[in-house]
Write a protein that binds this ligand. Sequence first.
Ligand code: AMP
Length: 473
Amino acid sequence: MTNENTLTGKDTLTGKDTGELSGFAALGITGALLKATHGAGFTEPKPIQAQAIPPQLEGRDIFGIAQTGSGKTAAFALPILSKIIALGTKRRPKTARALILAPTRELAVQIEDMIKLLAKGAHVSTALVLGGVSRFSQVKKIAPGVDILIATPGRLTDLVREGDLVLADTKWLVLDEGDRMLDMGFINDVKRIARATAPDRQTVLFSATMPAEIAELAKGLLKNPIRVEVAPHSTAAAEIVQGVVFARTKQKRQVLSTMLADEAMKSVIIFSRTKHGADRVTKDLERDGFRAAVIHGNKSQNARQKALNDFREGSVRILVATDIAARGIDVPGISHVVNFDLPDEAESYVHRIGRTGRNGMDGIAITLCDPSENSKLRQVERIIRTKLPIVADHLGSPDPQRNPAEKNERSFEPANDRNGRRDGRRPGGQNNGNKRFGDKPVFAGERKPESAKPFKGNNKRRFGGKRPAARAA
Ligand code: AMP
């Protein structure tokens, strides 16, 4: 429901209406769009929205550093919606007036949902173009022309190449999660897509991190952009309590099951480095009596969406995922993130744990670390500029690769001794109330180590080129 009170500000002393616009109205959002924004429960703009909306409404390009969870979807969507609504419904067949590119299908679906919510009551058409689902229905949907198209680069490239979509009328281009697109080998597709759009387009590029390639891409695509930034580079959300559990790979299954028996773990996402590993964790959990949904790039799009929906709706409390879900997925109320293993890229750790502690809520992130992963753990600690407190140590014998003296240098004392006994302390020395880690030493469950297949993006694709298998993500 629209809260009219938020349209104008109040004098802090008298409580009287000052007549000045406040909230989204003060940023330049008006009419039906303002009503729908309030209807979505957004009354006060988030910092990224306050920074990015006014310059976009003025027509400026934006170079944004922000993670999913910061409110960046509305930050780019509201100005586009505002302009499209003002222009009325003028669309040519097979065209899209605005194009939003996202690296994963789940994120694209989420963006469309948000846009529909924000555009409620306005006559704005949206369509999704994603791999892994019927091409026919997508072509049909864009045939009359569409206002806002949300797409993953691979399928979009196919449709452009085959003449089912023309981008010449595309006056707004958004590149969401730019660094992820880079990881997934989409950058050349992105450049080609951008070249096919209207030369006088307005462009917004958001990226959670700023590798040199993204800065380079930004230079080529953005005209005199305004730079907006909300979270310092690679800093984990302050609300997330983090900890590490030392356990050999063969112990991890039981460590995990013991943890999950704790009812404080209400809604848990478990990250596995590989698709095969994610399947195995899921099977083991099922054998241990837990229901879990699984999401990774080898699953069909329908299976992925169902897993995510079941988790979102709470019909399963455990979601096992590869890094495909580490970014972009916004499921409110995830209480715990468990890293069954450390990611190949330390940056992914930040994205994984960012699935919890969202919107100012508490969250716990636990990383299971085999001695062979110690160097990856150190990389993670370097990038988050923090030593992870030790929640439990199941190694049983001194670890030659990790000097015990190093632990004493940590900002927090170990919560357990080397035999896995807890000393009653909470990680980080804080009292976490009912937020508990699994607290029993465990030594069972014989498993072979994962066969690691780090993802290598394919940058060689051209319009007309062959689709690399990795694009299934
Ligand atoms: P995003 O970064 O776009 O994925 O947004 C993260 C979460 O913040 C989503 O659940 C949004 O519904 C929510 N959100 C975005 N903007 C606002 C706002 N101004 N007020 C309250 N919640 C918001």
